[in-house]
Design a binder for this molecule. Structure first.
Ligand code: PGA
Length: 250
């Protein structure tokens, strides 16, 4: 049985006090949730320690949104995986399209980040997804396959067991335009088949989340698809009631 996961990606939103208040609301609302669903909140670096205190003893896990591609040293402004691991950080979002697009995050850098995170027992939520022009040119399968192969195929099976994948079509992120459940299922199944080429039966155990304008009104249909194991939620994760409503959509 694959893990069902709903992960919030707060992006660069909320001050620390606002983030703490949001985390408290999420924890409060999560009490009514089935323990089958793994809930995760992905906060900015500045919020991690304070939000960790709020989440302590709850069923909600903590995620960062990035980590450095070097282990330590003279990298001003960077935050290492080891630093994250000195807090109760269990996950890290890596390869988000916003980081690929605005911060020059390459597949090569992502291989380093993923290995550093795994070495600290932090599970990467690895994001893949095509841009609008790539989908319109019919290249979405090719683009996503390359993002999977170039970054994940160097991992061992043991490492792969700790990876969560998020498929996020760039054209659906923050646009209000969601992939249809058929479009999402088609590419999730394809991602699983690509993973199976390298990792065999393990591909069936890897959770693949959908991201991109996922909200309470469309989560049920998306999560009902065979190969969709949950969601990576941006905008709707900033409203505790919406975030929990999504988590109740399985
Ligand atoms: P969105 O963002 O839900 O606001 O579209 C999803 C994401 O970028 O992870």
């Amino acid at each position: 049985m694959r893990k069902k996961i709903v992960a919030g990606n707060w992006k660069m939103n909320t001050t620390v006090p606002e983030g703490v208040a949001l985390a408290k609301e999420v924890v409060g609302e999560a009490a009514s949730l089935s323990s089958e669903v793994k809930l995760i909140v992905g906060t900015p670096f500045t919020h991690l320690a304070s939000v960790a205190d709020v989440l302590a003893g709850s069923q909600v896990a903590l995620s960062a949104q990035n980590c450095a591609d070097e282990a330590k040293g003279a990298y001003t402004g960077e935050v290492s995986a080891k630093m994250l691991a000195s807090l109760p950080v269990e996950y890290v979002i890596l390869g988000h399209s916003e980081r690929r697009e605005y911060y020059g995050e390459t597949n090569e850098k992502l291989v380093k980040k993923i290995n550093l995170a795994l070495a600290e027992n932090i599970a990467p939520i690895y994001c893949v997804g095509e841009k609008l022009e790539e989908r319109e040119a019919g290249k979405h399968f090719e683009v996503v396959a390359a993002q999977i192969k170039e970054v994940l195929f160097g991992l061992t099976e043991e490492q792969m067991k700790n990876i969560v994948i998020a498929y996020e079509p760039v054209w659906a992120i923050g646009t209000g335009k969601t992939a249809t459940s058929e479009q999402a299922q088609e590419i999730h199944a394809y991602i699983r088949s690509v993973l199976a080429e390298k990792f065999g039966a393990l591909a069936e155990e890897i959770s693949i989340l959908y991201g991109g304008s996922c909200k309470p009104s469309n989560a049920k249909e998306l999560f009902a698809q065979k190969d969709i194991d949950g969601g990576l939620i941006g905008g709707a994760s900033l409203v505790a009631a919406d975030f929990i409503a999504i988590a109740k959509s399985f």
